[in-house]
Design a protein around this ligand. Structure first.
Ligand code: ATP
Ligand code: MG
Length: 183
């Protein structure tokens, strides 16, 4: 499974619709300080269901919405879409037969979040479920940023276990058990 492109609109500094394509095995995003490189990673994490404003480098969840600049007014909503190539059929769930998987999240100033899976409205849960155990999730090891390696090295055994369980593909079963037990 490969991330083909990301479309942002109204998300942080990306006020106009912006498409970033990842056409090769390796893509580097370069630019001056403050141009929005980290905002792209925040966007990926956000669509995947991140629910902590702090992990998105903000104070409130609505801080991801473009809040204006000297030449532009603030906007009312943020939207980000990720499109994955699933031709190799790596997902072993309801999405296994899809060549392309699109997930989208929209938030407005009333903190209403709407999620879409291949164009149809869905729950946050449906999106997190798809990626559980694949290594891709808002806080999974697919996103390695500054400080992640040292955090891993210095983490307590209980924290380290969370990474290992995700890599081994057990976390989805634990999540389902937790879900069943709390019902
Ligand atoms: P560096 O090289 O310093 O790491 P960067 O390219 O990673 O920089 P980002 O952190 O992605 O930069 O972008 C920061 C910019 O995004 C700042 O100019 C900030 O004002 C802008 N920004 C963040 N949130 C919003 C928002 N809600 N509305 C408008 N602009 C925003
Ligand atoms: Mg940065």
């Amino acid at each position: 499974m490969r991330l083909k492109h990301i479309k942002l609109a109204g998300f942080k500094s990306f006020v106009d619709q912006t498409k970033v394509s990842f056409e090769h095995d390796m893509t580097a995003i370069v630019g001056p300080n403050g141009c929005g490189k980290s905002n792209i990673i925040d966007a990926v994490r956000w669509v995947l269901g991140e629910s902590s404003a702090k992990n998105l480098r903000g104070d409130a969840m609505t801080d991801v919405i473009f809040n204006g600049a000297t030449t532009r007014k603030a906007v009312g909503q943020a939207s980000v879409e990720l499109v994955f190539d699933n031709v190799a059929g790596r997902l072993e769930n309801s999405m296994a037969d899809r060549n392309e998987i699109s997930i989208r999240r929209v938030v407005n100033r009333d903190s209403q979040n709407i999620y879409y899976l291949n164009g149809s409205k869905c729950r946050r849960r449906d999106i997190t479920d798809i990626f559980l155990g694949t290594g891709l999730g808002p806080r999974s090891y697919a996103i390695i940023e500054q400080g992640t390696i040292s955090r891993l090295i210095e983490s307590k055994p209980q924290e380290l276990r969370i990474f290992i369980e995700e890599a081994a593909g057990i976390s989805k079963y634990k999540e389902r058990r937790r879900d069943t037990e709390t019902r």
